[in-house]
Ligand binder design. Sequence first.
Ligand code: NI
Length: 145
Amino acid sequence: MILKIVKEGDPVLREQAKAIPKITKRIKKLAKDMLDTMYNANGVGLAAPQVGISERIIVIDVGKGPIVLVNPEIIAAEGKEKDTEGCLSIPGRSEYVTRAAHVEVSALNLDGDTIKVEGSGLLARALQHEIDHLNGILFIDYVKK
Ligand code: NI
């Protein structure tokens, strides 16, 4: 099911999203709907607040298959890389943002297992961008006016 993507200015995008205590049927359905919504919008990542749900789940696909992360936390970050970035909640805008070049993230998968995801380049950028959404941060916050 394709969900409605909320746009910048919606207060849900500025909330601290709640941790997900347990992987339920509802969460599995949400993950599937978020992936459908992301692919439909030709995005590489989507966070639950972007579909109006203030809970800690993100989906990413940088061309290597879908990744679903529940309660993701960045546990290591290295290097710096500046590249362009956009967001499905801020259509038509793209800006240079400096991010860590390599990150390691710990999260739950949909089986409730703790997993680690490591990424560089676009995957590192997407992980940082989507986790920011769970903390009410948008990429434009890094751009000096
Ligand atoms: Ni975004």
